[in-house]
Design a protein around this ligand. Structure first.
Ligand code: AMP
Length: 214
């Protein structure tokens, strides 16, 4: 299915859809947010550096992120394609990604951009709960998990991301508008932009994602 990046505001459903697409296409789902959260949980230097910025809803510096992604894309599982979720988030990151891929002679195939109205994003993020063990996501409005506070899939404990608190969400939206929104034009110019309406159920959106990524 190729080399795909998913861009869109926080809460647009990037992670959920990236997981589904990754399972369907048999290529890895590479989420820079998940990688940073793992680094925080493991207490690494990167984790310590990233945590303060993430909790405030700010971006981790470009050079740090570019280094992480460059290394991750060299892993054998990424040679047949990948779904990048949460990267690039700035034009500098997008340019660096293009250079990395050009060196390997394998350009991006599609940039999927999720479009969701801001009011919906806040509702989605404040109600989001994530499994600490397997990363599955639940939403209080979808009825939540069968057993309160526990993951339906693996029984792990559910938590609310520190940056899913309303004031931080507003700040993340501003950061998105300022730093990430220009990627729309960047990928439009490259001729690989495909827009996906992110409104609706998980399956409705996935049907659109499959059509756009094909
Ligand atoms: P996410 O899980 O994609 O919503 O990312 C959560 C947080 O991780 C963001 O608000 C940033 O602080 C940080 N982060 C993730 N990906 C990047 C990136 N590509 N560039 C800078 N910061 C990032």
């Amino acid at each position: 299915m190729g080399r795909i990046v998913i861009i869109g505001p926080p809460g647009a459903g990037k992670g959920t859809q990236a997981k589904l697409l990754s399972a369907l296409a048999g290529v890895p789902h590479i989420s820079t947010g998940d990688m940073l959260r793992e680094a925080i949980a493991a207490g690494t230097k990167l984790g310590q550096q990233a945590q303060k910025l993430m909790d405030r809803g700010q971006l981790v510096p470009d050079d740090v992120m570019i280094g992480i992604v460059d290394q991750r894309l060299q892993a054998p599982d990424a040679t047949g394609g990948f779904i990048l979720d949460g990267f690039p988030r700035t034009v500098a990151q997008a340019e660096a990604l293009d250079k990395m891929l050009a060196r390997r002679g394998v350009p991006l195939t599609v940039a999927l951009r999720f479009v969701v109205p801001e009011e919906d994003l806040v509702v989605r993020l404040t109600g989001r709960r994530v499994c600490r063990s397997c990363g599955a996501m639940f939403h209080v409005l979808d009825g939540g998990p069968a057993r309160a506070g526990r993951c339906d899939r693996c029984g792990g404990a559910l938590y609310q991301r520190a940056d899913d608190e309303e004031s931080t969400i507003r700040h993340r939206m501003e950061v998105f508008e300022k730093q990430t929104a220009p990627l729309r034009e960047y990928y439009e110019r490259a001729g690989i932009l495909r827009e996906v309406d992110g409104f609706g159920t998980r399956d409705e959106v996935f049907a659109r994602v499959k059509a756009a990524a094909a």
